[in-house]
Design a protein around this ligand. Structure first.
Ligand SMILES: Nc1ncnc2c1ncn2[C@@H]1O[C@H](COP(=O)(O)OP(=O)(O)OP(=O)(O)O)[C@@H](O)[C@H]1O
Ligand SMILES: [Mg+2]
Length: 237
């Protein structure tokens, strides 16, 4: 049975997919069987009459995963809304146990499964009660937090870590994503050390802004090599 890692973000759009795809690619490059899994996607895109998860498609490009998009993303909605509302307006209800089953199918065949949440930890999946944090607990996976480099990230990252810990989820590490060395402000240079000091959780790496990477266009550039070099991924395994 695979080890799971739940990749959450301090917000939507912080780079969870880039980090998840990159890490899965690094693990596979280093000889591990690793899969990436997106239980619920909202804002799915329509291609040839089918609704697809861009995130799952990106994992396949980054890693050459031998799974269909459906196996990597069992639940996809078109409206770019929180999953509970996206499901409601699509006339559906998300079943956390079905998500867990899809996860365990991948877990049975791999050494590692990286699970990417949608948005952050408090994002609701069912009505007003079952959240991404509850899903991480259901799957019994420790957490990796992806955060922005800039001003405001201390508050968002510390809140995410504390909420996870209060919810009984172990936090393994934090990755800062999208750092631009040439434009880094004083905040960006000092944030990692402050976040580590306030949470006691290690910053496993700072991933630079990579202009050739695009989730939307399915372009990975040298993402896997950069994550291999810049992220202390061995802490996760
Ligand atoms: N290190 C990076 N360098 C360049 N572009 C990046 C980097 N990280 C993320 N991006 C871009 O920023 C956007 C958001 O990244 P990503 O899709 O990984 O975020 P996310 O947290 O997974 O979002 P969501 O909550 O929608 O799943 C994408 O267009 C992606 O290509
Ligand atoms: Mg994503």
């Amino acid at each position: 049975m695979a080890k799971g890692i739940f990749v959450t973000g301090t917000d939507t759009g912080v780079g969870k997919t880039v980090v998840t795809g990159g890490l899965a690619g690094v693990l596979r490059k280093n000889g591990f069987k690793a899969a990436a899994f997106k239980p619920v996607q909202s804002g799915g895109i329509e291609r040839e009459g089918e609704l697809l998860s861009e995130d799952a498609q990106f994992y396949r490009v980054a890693t050459g995963l031998p799974y269909s998009i459906r196996e990597l993303n069992p639940c996809c909605f078109k409206p770019p809304l929180s999953p509970n509302v996206a499901a409601r307006v699509s006339g559906q209800v998300i079943d956390p146990l079905a998500l867990a089953e899809a996860y365990y199918r991948l877990a049975a065949e791999n050494d590692f499964v990286l699970v990417e949440g949608a948005g952050g930890l408090c994002v609701p999946l069912v009505d007003y009660h079952f959240t991404m944090a509850d899903l991480a607990r259901l799957l019994n996976t420790p957490l990796l937090v992806v955060a922005r480099p800039g001003l405001g990230t201390i508050n968002h990252t510390v809140l995410t870590v504390k909420y996870a810990q209060q919810s009984g989820i172990k936090v393994k590490g934090i990755i800062i994503n999208g750092y631009r060395e040439d434009q880094a402000t004083m905040a960006e240079r000092t944030n990692p050390e402050v976040i580590e000091g306030m949470t006691g959780i290690p910053i496993l790496g700072i991933v630079p802004y990579l202009p050739e990477v695009s989730v939307e266009s399915g372009r990975t550039g040298n993402l896997v090599e950069v994550i291999d070099e810049k992220v202390d991924w061995r802490v996760l395994i």
